[in-house]
Ligand binder design. Structure first.
Ligand SMILES: *[C@@H]1O[C@H](CO)[C@@H](O)[C@H](O)[C@H]1NC(C)=O
Ligand SMILES: *[C@@H]1O[C@H](CO)[C@@H](O)[C@H](O)[C@H]1NC(C)=O
Ligand SMILES: *[C@@H]1O[C@H](CO)[C@@H](O)[C@H](O)[C@H]1NC(C)=O
Ligand SMILES: *[C@@H]1O[C@H](CO)[C@@H](O)[C@H](O)[C@H]1NC(C)=O
Ligand SMILES: *[C@@H]1O[C@H](CO)[C@@H](O)[C@H](O)[C@H]1NC(C)=O
Ligand SMILES: *[C@@H]1O[C@H](CO)[C@@H](O)[C@H](O)[C@H]1NC(C)=O
Ligand SMILES: *[C@@H]1O[C@H](CO)[C@@H](O)[C@H](O)[C@H]1NC(C)=O
Ligand SMILES: *[C@@H]1O[C@H](CO)[C@@H](O)[C@H](O)[C@H]1NC(C)=O
Ligand SMILES: *[C@@H]1O[C@H](CO)[C@@H](O)[C@H](O)[C@H]1NC(C)=O
Ligand SMILES: *[C@@H]1O[C@H](CO)[C@@H](O)[C@H](O)[C@H]1NC(C)=O
Ligand SMILES: [Cu+2]
Length: 613
């Protein structure tokens, strides 16, 4: 009898889920529109149906989402990544161009169709070449009435924080001869919810849920509420045990949900304060305002004052350490990984004189055939990493195995790493959290992870889908390969992504071949784009191990050349051929000591690689 009741309850729960599930269908007509979100400069941005900011998508857990995208841009390819959604069984709906689909070319349509079995705070953004910094990003909220904190707040808000550039991405010279050190473009301003001076109206004595998403391309931001503490309850779609905090650090693509309770009195308003992490910026122009005040509006007739802040706030008060969070489901530490992937991050130049980023000295170069289509058309050979090409940093994962990725940073900057199709446990981290965690001083040697000497792994490791790899430090993450598909793993600083800081995890390719059916409009997109959709990375369908003709990056800097030498050489060639006087100023500007050191370190390691070949 007891068993029967349990079964009935389960059946009822299942029916309830099915009945509650709705179909959310949207039509996106992407076109250029004008916007001036910082009040400083009007510029072209990517809009949906002629408007920007883009629509906030709100669905319930279990809903099916169908988005028909029409590319009305006229001059740019596009796609949509649903950041943080696992796409379990629908890896072809994940969005990155040339990985799980072909780019959507101007004048064509493409339909995304998937079911959302998660809850929490996500976002969607373009994932084709450089495109989301041109405004193509917005929140994607998945409500869940079963969330453990669902009855603890009266109302909820979602806001974004982001860096903002006045120039179109295509007009910013970054992977460029004029920028041999790979200095990232400095934003022109920082937005709060795609605008400024936002007032969030609140009642006294009331608890709210605030979701915060960093939709920026580059810069992490500190966030706090003036004179209010709060409780963290979710990171990146993972519900957590409640943790009190007063300051959080939100790297690009990360999300937090916090509960806060308003004060009893309505005599004044309080600032929602953001401070950009200046450590990431190579220079701060006088015109760039790093701190912004928006407000909890208790009283519209009280004043709205900017909050005085110390810009290097972390020196006074380190932000909450996400590593200490415990997921609400208390998923235990994943043990005994059977696949270990070591990835070492470095930055440097190739022999074309332009700046790139590397995993294990290899910059990612997209394959001719999107890796998913290679996995689906390579038969038994789909389990052979070679078919995905030499320049895609591809790793094949076996179905259901425990995967460990050991990330070591040979670079003096921090990098927020994102894994598609999963969240992961963060099981180890070095250096320990402290004041200068995000800004390790120069002259520190990179610290590799030592499997025989590390701090104890947490019992219930924090999980999220974007984690910050600290400067010169290391991070170890684990997940179960239980989601057959092609999962990109990359730095979410869009500039670094474009420099090739990416790897491809080909998860259970034989399972994919059994389960994944590509809709006809996805192949139509390939034909329209002139992108082949069968065969290996070089589009060879006969001999899958013959990769001749595959896309290749520029070559490593030849042995014996210093970084300055190669820059000078390339400059003299360019100057001779084209007389591009305008760009010589940069070649003549002296490299700073740390830039020089960074470039030389890279050249030294590239030389080792060349010698081994
Ligand atoms: C965009 O416009 C189309 C056609 O008018 C409409 O059907 C659709 O609902 C609109 N989409 C959004 C997201 O507003
Ligand atoms: C998209 O919007 C543009 C500009 O308003 C319009 O000319 C075009 O017909 C629309 N296309 C579709 C498919 O809705
Ligand atoms: C944030 O912006 C979105 C989209 O423009 C808007 O719908 C929402 O109300 C804003 N949130 C707040 C708290 O102002
Ligand atoms: C916030 O928490 C800190 C540490 O527990 C405490 O010292 C401070 O008084 C709290 N602030 C508010 C406004 O409650
Ligand atoms: C808020 O709560 C306090 C104590 O619970 C009460 O004294 C006060 O009147 C309340 N304020 C308002 C505006 O409701
Ligand atoms: C930024 O901080 C400075 C220094 O405390 C302050 O004077 C200024 O008003 C703040 N600006 C904003 C927009 O909050
Ligand atoms: C902020 O700083 C300004 C200039 O130093 C000062 O006049 C103002 O009173 C300060 N505001 C607060 C709220 O402390
Ligand atoms: C990863 O690095 C560890 C420690 O250096 C080494 O023992 C192991 O063999 C490496 N594994 C792979 C697959 O490269
Ligand atoms: C283990 O690592 C710690 C911290 O990096 C280091 O100080 C210590 O010397 C190491 N111990 C051994 C036996 O290598
Ligand atoms: C994907 O779905 C399968 C069941 O169909 C489940 O076992 C697995 O845990 C899911 N993986 C993820 C990442 O959601
Ligand atoms: Cu990066």
């Amino acid at each position: 009898m007891a068993v029967r009741i349990t079964q009935l309850t389960l059946l009822f729960a299942l029916l309830l889920t099915i009945c509650r599930a709705a179909v959310v269908e949207k039509y996106f007509n992407l076109t250029w529109v004008m916007a001036n979100p910082d009040g400083l400069q009007e510029r072209k941005v990517i809009g949906v149906n002629g408007t920007w900011p883009l629509p906030v998508l709100e669905v319930n857990k279990g809903d099916r989402v169908i988005v028909h995208v029409y590319n009305g841009l006229g001059d740019k390819d596009t796609s949509v990544h649903w950041h943080g959604l696992f796409q379990n069984g629908t890896t072809h709906m994940d969005g990155p161009s040339r990985v799980t689909q072909c780019p959507i070319t101007p004048g064509t349509s493409f339909t995304y169709d998937f079911t959302v079995d998660q809850s929490g705070t996500y976002w969607y953004h373009c994932h084709t070449d450089y495109c989301y910094p041109d405004g193509y990003r917005a929140p994607f909220i998945v409500h869940d009435s079963d969330a453990w904190f669902a009855d603890q707040y009266k109302e909820e808000f979602a806001v974004t924080v982001s860096d903002w550039y006045h120039n179109m991405v295509e007009d910013i010279r970054f992977i460029d001869l004029a920028n041999p050190t790979g200095a990232e473009p400095i934003p022109d301003s920082f937005l709060f919810n795609d605008t400024m001076n936002t007032k969030v109206s609140v009642q006294p004595n009331t608890t709210y849920l605030l979701r915060i998403i960093n939709t920026g391309a580059f810069v992490a931001q500190y966030f706090y509420i003036e004179d209010h503490n709060f409780t963290i309850v979710e990171v990146d779609g993972v519900f957590t045990e409640p943790e009190e905090a007063s300051l959080i650090y939100i790297a690009v693509a990360q999300r937090y949900s916090i509960l806060f309770t308003t004060k009893a009195s309505t005599d004044r308003n309080y600032g929602l304060v953001t401070i950009a992490d200046q450590v990431l910026l190579d220079g701060i122009p006088d015109t760039l305002v790093l701190n912004q005040t928006n407000w909890l509006q208790y009283n519209p007739s009280a004043s709205f004052d900017p909050v005085n802040v110390t810009l290097n706030i972390a020196d006074e008060n380190p932000a909450f350490d996400d590593y200490s969070l415990v997921p609400y489901d208390k998923e235990p530490l994943l043990e005994n990984p059977t696949k270990i992937i070591n990835l070492t991050v470095s930055m440097g130049i190739l022999d074309n004189g332009k700046p790139y980023a590397f995993f294990n000295d290899q910059t990612y170069t997209h394959p001719k055939v999107p890796s998913l289509y290679t996995a689906l058309t390579a038969g038994e050979l789909a389990t052979n990493e070679a078919v995905y090409g030499e320049y895609t940093n591809s790793f094949v994962l076996n179905h259901l195995e425990v995967v460990e990725v050991v990330l070591t940073n040979n670079d003096g900057g921090s990098h927020p790493f994102h894994l598609h199709q999963h969240n992961f446990q963060v099981v180890s981290r070095y250096p320990p959290y402290g004041e200068d965690f995000y800004s390790l001083s120069d002259n520190v040697d990179p610290q590799a992870f030592d499997p025989n000497n590390h701090t104890a792994f947490p019992e219930y490791p924090m999980r999220r889908d974007v984690v910050v790899l600290p400067p010169m430090g290391n991070i170890v993450i684990r997940f179960v390969a239980d989601n057959p598909g092609v999962a990109l793993f990359h730095c979410h600083i869009d500039w670094h992504m474009q420099q090739g800081l990416a790897a491809t995890f080909i998860e259970a390719p034989l399972e994919m071949q059994k389960k994944i059916k590509i809709p006809e409009d996805h192949f139509a997109a390939c034909r329209a784009a002139g992108v082949p959709y069968a065969g290996n990375a070089a589009a060879n369908t006969k001999d899958l191990l013959d990769l001749s003709g595959q896309n290749k990056p520029a070559k490593p800097v030849p042995a014996g050349f210093t970084a300055r030498g190669i820059v000078a050489l390339v400059f003299s060639c360019i100057a001779a051929f084209a007389g591009l006087a305008a760009i010589t100023w940069y070649g003549m500007a002296p490299l700073s000591a740390s830039e020089q050191e960074a470039v030389e370190r890279k050249v030294a390691s590239t030389n080792v690689q060349t010698a081994e070949e």
